[in-house]
Design a protein around this ligand. Structure first.
Ligand SMILES: Nc1nc2c(c(=O)[nH]1)N[C@H]1C(S)=C(S)[C@@H](COP(=O)(O)OP(=O)(O)OC[C@H]3O[C@@H](n4cnc5c(N)ncnc54)[C@H](O)[C@@H]3O)O[C@H]1N2
Ligand code: MOO
Length: 605
């Protein structure tokens, strides 16, 4: 039995497990220098079963800790160490320990111990020791390093326990090919293929498994087109854009004021020899003791290197007195040519989504049209006898269609071209025709409602007529039922009917699908750590998405509370929220002050 584990880091974590005496530490001691030689920066986490100490009695740090400091951080120019007294009844939490790793300093974390956790591991096995194989009960083993006598199943990589270079090859390959697609809710692509409807119906699947399975079905677009800058609206750039000019083109002033050579301050008063307006230049070289009156954006004359703002200068009869000269810094208020973007530099990389800032930058470089990827086309419809068109009279026992509007709006925000298919009558033939038609027009077809387990309605029959659709039970709340399938070349999503479930499921599953399909590079959902301002209810084994309001506390940290009632039909809870509070499936209820992740709505909704 393995315990749930989610890698909270954007770098791979690889465990080494074995019965004691197999030689884990010996192997790691040989492996680490070899991997270092290959340029891999490593962190190692080692589980110790006893009351270890890393400090030396008599040293100041040791004495301060023994005197009662809960944390002692000792640092030199070579290294630093943080020692924390954290007595626990149970084993330390690997996730908590991993969060202490500085991920910008290392490429992979090797873990020794924690063998019961469901993290990817290399098993070390010596047949001569007569110990059972761990992989039999642990499907997180990715390779077995062993001797000739051990039998290894074909599905696992066999490594020679005595061939450290071969094990280093495996670790290096693992690191190079590992992909973190979701922070905190990692997409475990290896599990994507394992979802089958029987297992899924019994136990459900995790959010990360679902995302991995969805992403595995998507090939990024390779259809570029050239679009005028003015018509670009959240498109994704199809090629690197290289600047043909320096931005700014000339060294210019950031202030209305006076330009002069820093070295002439001693020769004050300076003589004002000209005025330079934006779009103009002073044709001569400024001499020692001279200054020009200069406006913001005007080219700084040759010979000048410093600007003083007009407020800190007095000019009379072309004589310039500079005030507060002791505060003038050489080069102040001068914007250097090319300081924003230098000629020949990649100004924007392919795969960048083009928002306001990116469009402004492209315009500042003189581009008036850009190669972008064709936008994904998303078709949306609603079904359900009770679902009525807003604007019509609301019939008894009915509700207005909210989902089509939230889905269309979220798809538009992601730069998609949308097709509104309206509310489709609950009848097998009409729905089948709609699906076939939508499949020819759209890259992604989305419906809402009619996907829960007990439902025997027409959408399921219609889907069976047109393609292969899987009905998943995702271990999340809200948004448990989800249908994913294909209609010809199109991807189909059947989102649950409850309006909040629709939005949450869209954000977790449809959004990454659209972004991948649209050709967006380096996209990761933004999960930001925050502090719970109140106890938050959840359950291990299920990911909870609560509607939250985050604020910046006086301590400079982000604090989050819920919007109140969390019914999955209550759209007002989404309106009042500015984020989703995400409590991963490895957590139970979070106490006040506990740490959670939030997914800010920011530009998503
Ligand atoms: N016996 C079970 N019942 C339910 C389960 C379950 O596992 N076993 N799951 C529940 C969960 S969780 C959800 S979510 C819903 C999802 O059901 P469906 O996807 O089949 O959706 P419907 O039943 O069609 O509708 C649910 C709810 O949403 C309203 N709705 C539907 N379409 C719209 C729309 N376009 N705009 C606004 N509101 C809409 C609909 O009226 C219902 O109130 O199933 C639970 N039941
Ligand atoms: O998907 Mo449902 O109730 O979890 O809203």
């Amino acid at each position: 039995m393995t315990a749930l584990f989610t890698n909270p880091l954007p770098i791979p974590v690889l465990g080494f497990c074995a019965y004691s005496g197999t030689g884990k530490t010996t192997l790691l001691k040989q492996l680490i220098p070899l991997l270092n030689q290959r340029g891999l920066r490593l962190a190692v986490i080692k589980h110790a079963h006893h009351n270890f100490d890393v400090d030396i009695p008599g040293k100041d740090s040791f004495e301060m800790r023994k005197a009662g400091a809960k944390q002692v951080l000792v640092a030199s120019n070579m290294r630093w160490a943080l020692m924390t007294e954290d007595p626990l009844d149970d084993d330390p939490q690997l996730q908590h320990l991993l969060r202490q790793i500085e991920v910008d300093k290392v490429d992979i974390v090797l873990v020794e111990g924690f063998k019961k956790l469901a993290l990817p591991k290399i098993e070390l096995h010596r047949a001569a020791h007569n110990k059972p194989l761990i992989h039999i009960h642990d499907d997180n083993i990715v390779a077995i390093a062993c001797c000739d006598e051990t039998t290894v199943p074909a599905s696992l990589t066999r490594l020679d326990l005595n061939n450290v270079a071969q094990i280093a090859d495996f670790v290096q390959h693992y690191q190079q090919n590992w992909q973190a697609t979701v922070i905190n809710l990692p997409v475990d692509a290896s599990k994507a293929a394992k979802i089958d409807d029987t297992a899924n119906n019994k136990n459900g699947i995790s959010v990360s498994q679902g995302v991995a399975a969805v992403l595995a079905q998507i090939t990024p677009t390779n259809h570029p087109e050239v679009v005028d800058l003015i018509d670009i609206d959240n498109h994704v750039l199809a090629q690197d854009i290289i600047s043909e000019i320096n931005v700014p083109q000339q060294t210019n002033s950031a202030m209305d004021g006076y330009a002069f050579a820093f070295n002439s301050i001693a020769n004050a008063p300076l003589k004002v020899v000209a005025e330079v307006l934006a779009g103009h230049h002073y044709p001569n070289i400024l001499q020692d003791g001279e200054a020009v009156r200069i406006m913001t954006g005007a080219t700084v004359p040759q010979g000048a290197d410093t600007i003083q703002a007009i407020e800190l200068a007095n000019e009379q009869n072309q004589k310039l007195i500079l005030l507060e000269t002791d505060k003038i810094i050489k080069g102040q208020h001068v914007r250097l040519a090319g300081e924003d973007i230098a000629q020949g530099q990649v100004a924007l990389a392919a795969g960048t989504r083009l928002g306001a800032a990116e469009l402004g930058l492209m315009a500042s470089l003189g581009f008036h049209r850009l190669p972008v990827f064709k936008r994904p086309i998303v078709a949306v419809f609603s079904t359900g006898d009770e679902v009525s068109q807003p604007g019509d009279q609301l019939k008894a026992n009915c509700i207005y269609d909210a989902n089509r509007y939230t889905i269309l709006s979220m798809a538009k925000k992601l730069g998609c071209q949308v097709i509104d298919l309206g509310i489709i009558d609950d009848n097998e033939q009409t729905l089948t025709n709609t699906l076939i038609d939508a499949g020819t027009k759209a890259d992604i077809v989305i419906s809402s409602g009619g996907v829960s387990v007990g439902n025997a309605d027409y959408i399921k029959m219609a889907l069976a007529n047109v393609g292969n659709t899987h009905f998943w039970r995702i271990n999340m709340r809200p948004g448990r039922p989800l249908a994913v399938g294909n209609i010809n070349q199109s991807l189909f999503f059947g989102l649950p009917g409850n309006p909040v479930a629709v939005m949450v499921a869209f954000l977790q599953f449809v959004q990454p699908a659209i972004r991948k399909m649209a050709g967006e590079a380096n996209w990761l959902p933004q999960f930001i750590p925050a502090i719970a301002s109140q106890p938050l209810r959840s359950k291990t084994g299920r990911t909870e998405f609560l509607r939250g309001i985050y604020t910046l506390g006086p301590d400079g940290k982000i604090h989050v509370s819920t919007t109140g009632a969390q019914g999955s039909g209550m759209l007002s809870s989404m309106v009042n929220a500015n984020c989703l509070i995400v409590i991963g499936d490895d957590h139970d209820t979070i106490p006040t002050g506990g740490s959670v992740f939030i997914q800010p709505f920011a530009d998503l909704l």
